[in-house]
Design a protein around this ligand. Sequence first.
Ligand code: SDX
Length: 428
Amino acid sequence: MSQTAEIKADGQSYELPMMEGSEQEKAIDIGKFRAQSGIITIDPGFKNTGSTTSAITFLDGEKGILRYRGYPIEQLAEKSSFLEVAYLLIYGDLPSKDEHDKFTNQVTRRSLVHEDIKNILTGFPSNAHPMGVLSSLVSSLTAFYPQSLDPHRGTDMVNLSILRLIAKLPTIAAWTYKNKIGQSLNFPVNELDYVSNFLHMMFSVPTEEYSVNPVVAQALDKLLILHADHEQNCSTSTVRLVGSSQASLYSSIASGICALWGPLHGGANQAVIEMLERIKDDGGDTKKWMDKAKDKDDPFRLMGFGHRVYKNFDPRARIIKKAADDVLADLGVNDPVLDIAKGLEEVALSDEYFVERKLYPNVDFYSGIIYRALGIPVEFFTVMFALGRLPGWIAQWKEMTENNEPIGRPRQIYTGATERDYTDLSSR
Ligand code: SDX
């Protein structure tokens, strides 16, 4: 496509190249616009600005489409496994049987962490939020694996660093939980699959045999798949920006964990449950809370609703909502906040404020209900999001590194004081 775009500014006309992606998305390349015109573009929140090209995830917000490397999320959630999806995202294709078995075996055999990590872990007070602990411990991996610091140290070392992180994050996450509740740490068990091993490390206690419930393991595997990547969201953009300075994989991922923590992003799954509990404790008056969400003067927002890109149903929310029904039924759990959530969704989908703004339930609206039914504490929900998003972050960092993308350094428009002279303190 050799199309160009014409921009007229300050009485001048400028011709800029356009580009088109494999799904017919179009962009104006403004890379040379400032050099030609002295003018920059500005777009707070990057609502209409692309930061890169990527071959990893495609989503169409208007149509509610989400695909990893071309595979529809619905098929992967139904038929694949989280480790297989991790391989797909990172290496670009579904693994052969041999590749799958080798990858799984390598991950299984790297799940132990250095014993000295316990010294860092026990240094945290029990009221520390697990996301702060998780990002600190991931960053600490740079100390235990200094050869991971150089992102250009060669494919073998990059792949080893990737394997270590995928293998150790569940251990680090489970140890973060056990340390917080004051229970002894569990070591990984190589005979268990990835998700079962995590559940074992989270919930096994020395006093009784813990057996993994297959319904729980299957639900969790599906949730991790649904969270695995989502193109240039806030935390992924953070990983790419930090990595663009040639900081290491581990420091880039630790930064992504911090970005995900925010309640407008991954922290929303915790905020949703806290909101639903608040509504339940307040008598379950969904209309009162919907009115608050619509009131410009009220800071309350309907957490788990709305999305920067999806202006249709978040396809992940559809799958998670059904999974929530199935898991709670299988486990015989009756959670009143699920009914409140469904009531809010029903009202919102016919309310002019939400319809006009195309606000639909997003991935975070129902996920917390499942995590809670699985016995995962609410402060840990965003850790679960991070566990799921890890392969996406890794794939995006790897793509950025392999493409030798330039260091990210946005411009600005200055609006502060113009030049003025210093005055002595005595004269002020
Ligand atoms: C994730 O980007 C990703 O892909 C993220 C993610 C991923 O997989 O990585 O999908 C995961 O982060 C999902 C989003 C989780 N966050 C929440 O659920 C928090 C609640 N939602 C909102 O704060 C909001 O919808 C955002 C942050 C998700 C999106 O915000 P935008 O795109 O900046 O939109 P906006 O804040 O400008 O809202 C547009 C309008 C505003 O009203 P007006 O000023 O036009 O009158 O919609 C209103 C907003 O006030 N609005 C809401 C609302 N969300 C937007 N009003 C009430 N409740 C809400 N939840």
